[in-house]
Structures are given as structure tokens and as C-alpha cells.
Ligand binder design. Structure first.
Ligand SMILES: NC(=O)c1ccc[n+]([C@@H]2O[C@H](COP(=O)([O-])OP(=O)(O)OC[C@H]3O[C@@H](n4cnc5c(N)ncnc54)[C@H](OP(=O)(O)O)[C@@H]3O)[C@@H](O)[C@H]2O)c1
Length: 239
């Protein structure tokens, strides 16, 4: 029998690539907020394999997920938190409301989901947690402090959960550099892509670079890797 993955951010470019890369090996339960997007992107996904929740509301998300898994008798072996909310805005002007929205989606919803997956019924089968963090959690950029600190918190959560949940559950955080997708293209608009490319020893990344590392990190081949913040950035951080 296939193991089952729970994937947030299923409608993101990176999330879709993770789905494509892993669907032959695993069953995948998608988490998303927009039924139209899900229908456009995915065909033939059974209704019980999609959980609709707004991650800006972590407590609701927890309740919805708990009920969905219980009602459909679903066990989750791997959790991949790929959803993310990016808002570039200076520290003086970003509202408290938006700070909370970003932390809810990027960090707190993941914590609520993990609490559900650690319940008595699921815990014995639960084996990996992977966060899609960001290289910018460990690099400074103007206007990025809230997003970056929410991703930095994911890195700390990773290290601490790895200790708390070992040896049964492995926890890792992936820190991608720039990958051109819907989310990142905004920040490239004003820059020459050629210029950005020069910063990366191996050029800019693609969604499959991230899906590939996720496939490895949740596999048995990575059984001795936990608590790691893994930079996947085409060598940008070497310079
Ligand atoms: N692209 C890069 O260069 C890069 C670099 C480093 C890290 N990352 C990280 O990689 C992950 C995927 O990003 P992407 O670049 O592929 O971007 P994206 O397409 O903008 O993805 C964001 C995802 O998060 C979901 N999301 C946002 N707010 C949500 C909410 N309130 N409730 C439920 N879902 C919500 C979005 O759902 P909707 O489709 O409904 O909006 C979408 O699936 C993100 O965590 C991002 O921070 C990306």
C-alpha cells in the first residue's frame, strides 16, 4: 500500500511540481483554499483527497483537517508545508493585521496541522515533516522582514521538533533560493533577469529542483537526516 502525503500550498507552482513528482509513489491529500483553482490544476482527484481550508485561520484549519481525516478514515505518513504568503513591505508600514496573516499562513497553520497529525490514531504512522522555507530566512533584504522572520521561525521549529519527535519522525526545512514562479516574478520585474542569474553559480532554480529534494528527504534513503535547514540555491549563498 502507498504511503500518504499531506501537501499544503497545493495550488502553488512548487506545490504542483511536488505533486507531479511524487504522485506515482505516494497518495497525496491536497490542502488548498480555492476549489476553482484546484479543479483547473488537478483532474480526477477524488473529493476525499482535497481539504479546503484558509490557512490564515489556523484554528479553523485544525478543526477542518481533523474532521476530514476522521470522516474519511485517512492516515497521513508525510506532511509537506509548501503554502506561503509573501508581502514585500517596509517594517514601518506593514500593518499588524498583515503581519499576523503572514505568520498564520507560513508558521501557525503548520503547527496546528502537526498537532492534528500527532493524534493517537495518526502518530504511529507519521514519519516525516518537511517545510518549504526560504533562503531569505537567513539573508537580509529590504522590505522582507516579516516574511523572512516567519520562514526563520519555521527553521527553528524544524530543529526543535526534530529533537522532540525523534527517532520516529524526521523533520527538515528546505531553503530555496530564487525560483521563478507566480509568487517570485513580482520581485524580478524591476531587475534584469540576466543580472539575477549571475548571482547564482548554477543559474536560477526551477520548481523541479525543489520537488527533487523533497522526494529525497521524505524517502527511506534520507533516514539519517533530521533537524536540518537545507539550502537549495544553486550556490548563491557561497558568494
Ligand atoms: N518561488 C520562489 O522563488 C521561492 C523561494 C523560496 C521559497 N519559496 C516558498 O515556496 C512555497 C511555494 O511558493 P511558490 O513560489 O510556488 O508560490 P505561490 O504560487 O505564490 O504559492 C503560495 C501557495 O500558498 C497558498 N496560500 C497562500 N495563502 C493561503 C491561505 N490563506 N490559505 C491556503 N493557502 C494559501 C497559495 O494558495 P492560492 O493558490 O489559493 O493563493 C499557494 O498555493 C512558498 O512557501 C514560498 O514561500 C518560494
Amino acid at each position: 500500500m502507498k504511503e500518504t502525503i499531506l501537501l499544503t500550498g497545493a495550488t502553488s507552482d512548487i506545490g504542483c511540481e511536488i505533486y507531479k513528482n511524487l504522485i506515482d509513489t505516494y497518495d497525496i491529500v491536497l490542502m488548498a483554499r480555492d476549489p476553482k483553482k484546484v479543479t483547473n490544476i488537478y483532474s480526477n482527484v477524488p473529493y476525499q483527497n482535497v481539504v479546503y481550508a484558509n490557512l490564515e485561520e489556523p484554528e479553523n484549519t485544525k478543526q477542518i483537517l481533523y474532521e476530514h481525516l476522521n470522516n474519511n478514515d485517512i492516515i497521513i505518513n508525510h506532511f509537506i508545508h509548501c503554502a506561503g504568503l509573501l508581502q514585500l513591505e517596509g517594517i514601518k508600514s506593514i500593518t499588524y493585521k498583515n503581519q499576523i496573516r503572514i505568520f498564520n499562513v507560513n508558521l501557525f497553520s503548520a503547527i496546528q496541522i502537526i498537532q492534528v497529525l500527532l493524534n493517537k490514531k495518526n502518530r504511529p504512522f507519521f514519519s516525516t515533516i518537511s517545510f518549504i522555507s526560504s533562503l531569505w530566512s537567513i539573508r537580509g533584504t529590504k522590505g522582507n522582514s516579516i516574511y523572512a522572520s516567519s520562514k526563520g521561525s519555521l527553521n527553528s521549529l524544524c530543529i526543535n521538533l526534530a529533537v522532540e519527535l525523534a527517532p520516529k519522525i524526521r523533520v527538515n526545512s528546505i531553503l530555496p533560493g530564487a525560483i521563478i514562479t507566480n509568487m517570485s516574478k513580482e520581485s524580478f520585474v524591476e531587475k534584469n533577469i540576466e543580472e539575477v542569474n549571475k548571482d547564482y553559480l548554477l543559474g536560477l532554480g526551477s520548481t523541479s529542483d525543489i520537488a527533487g529534494i523533497i522526494k529525497f528527504i521524505i524517502s527511506k534513503e534520507a533516514r539519517w537526516i533530521t533537524g536540518q535547514n537545507i539550502i537549495v540555491d544553486g550556490g548563491k549563498s557561497c558568494k
